[in-house]
Design a protein around this ligand. Sequence first.
Ligand SMILES: O=c1ccn([C@@H]2O[C@H](COP(=O)(O)OP(=O)(O)O[C@H]3O[C@H](CO)[C@@H](O)[C@H](O)[C@H]3O)[C@@H](O)[C@H]2O)c(=O)[nH]1
Ligand SMILES: [Mn+2]
Length: 748
Amino acid sequence: MFRVWTTMALQMMNSSSHPLHLCHLKKSTLIINRLYILFHSIALILLFSFRISSILTLFHSKNQPFIPHLLIFISELTLSFIWILSQSFLWRPVTRTVFPERLPGDDQLPPIDVFICTADPRAEPPLGVMNTVISAMALNYPAEKLSVYLSDDGGCPVTLEAMREALKFAKMWVPFCNKYGVKTICPEAYFTGREVDDEVMVDSLEFGAEQRRIKEEYESFALKVTKISESGSCISNKDHSPVVEVMVDEGTNDERKMPLLVYVSREKRPSHPHHFKAGALNALLRVSSLLSNSPYILGLDCDMYCNDKNSARQAMCFHLDPNISPSLAFVQFPQTFHNISKHDIYESTLRCLFTTLWSGMDGIKGPCLSGTCYYLKREALYELPLIQEDINLKELKQCFGSSNEFIRSLYKKYNAKLDNEKDLFDESLQETKHLASCEYEYGTKWGNEVGFRYFSVTEDFITSITIHCKHWFSVYYMPSRPSFMGSCTMNLNDLLIQGTRWTAGLMEVGLSRFCPLIYGPSRMPILQSFCYAWMALCHIGFISLWILATIPPLSLLNDITVYPKVTNPFFLVFLYVFVLSNLQHMREIHSTGASLLTWKHEQRVWMMKAITSYLYGSTHAVMEKLGVKEANFLPTNKVINEDEVKLHQMGIYNFQTSSMFLVPLCSLVTLNLLGFVVGIIRTVFHKECIDEILVQTFLAFYVALMGYPVLEGMMLRKDKGRITPTVSCYSLIFTVFILSFGKLLVTY
Ligand SMILES: O=c1ccn([C@@H]2O[C@H](COP(=O)(O)OP(=O)(O)O[C@H]3O[C@H](CO)[C@@H](O)[C@H](O)[C@H]3O)[C@@H](O)[C@H]2O)c(=O)[nH]1
Ligand SMILES: [Mn+2]
């Protein structure tokens, strides 16, 4: 199927000499980055030589405890290791431009299947999910070439009911968008005025009336869906048979004027593993292959609505370029968020990831699938040679499972049943239920060698490693108007829970045979495997941060010096490393157009996550390795809470989260405040020691400053989002524990 489209694209391109897209190397950034890498590396070598020689001296002379120096050295080594890996992202940054107006006519565009996943109607309100579905139906793409699939892992009748209503509304909404060239194709975003650049045709009376009518229709649709959600049982059903419903647009017989809409809820049984989102996506892959079998798949989360109707055409500018098409696996768009406040205190935009890191990886061989919003070639998930009709069915069945119908869909000349007669269509529909059943995958290679991979809960990460390790590459395109918008985490609790899940999933890969440092270098460019390795392993940064947040203050309290004196030339090396890395961070932030406050928030959130999420996630990954714990996927909460929004907009942290997260944060900040105070007292009373303890006093001050919101939450705030006295008490107890245990440790 796919080859046919490529050939068509090839033919079409021969007739035109204008490229569909361009790739620009960011030369000045590249030079700055490489100079920075050079100077920073020299400084690190000097720093290590200082550490090694001072540790050796201490080991022999024994005039100061040796453990604190060793620990600090370990933390510096860990940070440097992560730093080295991360520099691969800076090596060759690129940006891209597309020319969708040069695409061939609609009749030559390849079909697209949109996959949307939802799992839990309580965390993911059906109205939001339906908005995503409707926005996908309104994409600027031939309707007969667009099919929208919703996977409902919650197995909720409520979602199915809401979807039927969504189709009714979409029948009005899609023609409205087409007729008036509406840009914001997600109804909720359009009516709440989230995007302001939709040129409202104020002059046109007809448009005004039409818009009012549609608005009323939307309101009544929204009300209906809310009522359905409230009336029905909204509890995820973990024990049910498969449900597949094709929502046919009955009004039309000959030509499809609306995209196909399909509801899929795969079978779930308590005794069968369901492999979370990857399992849901694989069920969609199989079901869709019988109904529409499009060569390209647009993957979306339920909260990521389409914000730009042109994304499909933009993606096709790459997929239809004959020079790159044969080995291009996916075109990826950044994830942007509609509920970001002015102060992004939780750093939920993932700015660094989507601006700097991904465009850096794009210059190598393409970034990882993480962050969804991708136009993926179906073939890249199957990894098959070109299938001819005469291929051995038995062999294929061992790989893809028992369905003859599915195997036939892999054939070059397969026609999806949609276009055929009604009887055949009904027969296919019956077969889709078999394909969405629990046992279908038993004894097959689904999740291991074909489809989305089950190896880790961060299915996008492991799946893209395996794709990039074959002959495929990918493209990252960041348009000025965000193509997709999702909802980001708006409180500390969601942020840290999500961070823990990501850490667990990524570390699990990092600790396995798929570790990019081992699995990657022979299969992909070395720089790309370093990028992947950074993603899988950067969470070990928790080791460094725990050491840096405890040893300097403990040393201050126990009269030990772990950094060079101010008069020592090596002091300059430490100063240089600290200042330069922060300057580079600020430059990078500035170049993406963000404010310097972002620097503070990013540093702070990184510290908070490293102390908690990275630690717990890594522990979870290790326990999973040992077989003590099972993988877990708790969907991120997408319900909007008014109080929370207010705090978020004012830039105030909401500390309503479990004490498992709060206690370490509070204790470490308190400890550093204590260390800083002692440092100041010591310099006031013994002026001569200032040059000895300056670095560690500064570090304690820096941590306490970064942790200021935590201190404020403990001592000054009275609102609901503060840190409760009980948690503060536990934290004090923990601080005392660190103090006494630390005393033993640092004096050894
Ligand atoms: O058993 C499950 C669990 C989740 N989901 C869906 O997976 C999506 C992502 O879940 P979410 O709770 O939003 O997690 P995030 O951490 O925000 O998602 C990011 O990280 C995930 C990997 O951990 C990726 O799958 C996502 O695409 C990426 O946006 C949502 O649409 C869910 O409905 C399922 O379909 N089945
Ligand atoms: Mn999400």
